[in-house]
Design a protein around this ligand. Structure first.
Ligand code: ZN
Ligand code: ZN
Length: 142
């Protein structure tokens, strides 16, 4: 991943700064979904005082390089994840919890799209609702 990113930076004539590389390392260490605040706190705890603006712009570069994926959920802040398999996201609109799920049959849509002349790259769907925890909490309050 690091090699891929360095190649990408080189192709854009951008500098391979220690901050950019450290941001990549943090992304790789994060399991699942992460956002700018999470990365900011990790970097800060390691003595890297990087501004959130720098983290945002580095994440944009990592997304362009195909290393991370920007997930524009209907929440207040963009989330990111390491680009990998296609999957769906179940998003709780109450607590914001995001669960990854593989819904059977969705890959058939990908094949259908090819027939329409559209080349799908990956699939990332979002289903909004209420998670099990929040549902149980609501029930216990009634
Ligand atoms: Zn919830
Ligand atoms: Zn995901």
């Amino acid at each position: 991943m690091e090699k891929k990113f360095i190649e990408f930076l080189k192709s854009r004539r951008l500098k391979k700064t220690p901050e950019r590389l450290e941001i990549l390392h943090c992304c790789l260490e994060c399991k699942g979904h992460f956002d700018v605040d999470i990365l900011y706190n990790i970097l800060d705890s390691r003595g890297y005082h990087v501004s959130k603006a720098t983290i945002y712009s580095s994440l944009d570069l990592l997304a362009e390089a195909g290393i991370v994926r920007k997930l524009l959920f209907d929440t207040h802040q963009a989330k990111y994840e390491i680009a990998g398999t296609s999957h769906s996201h179940l998003i709780c609109t109450q607590c914001g919890e995001i669960v990854e799920l593989n819904i059977e049959g969705l890959d058939l849509i990908m094949d259908k799209l090819q027939l329409c002349g559209f080349i799908p790259n990956y699939l990332s769907t979002c289903i909004y609702g209420r998670c099990k925890n929040c549902t149980e909490k609501m029930r216990s309050l009634q």
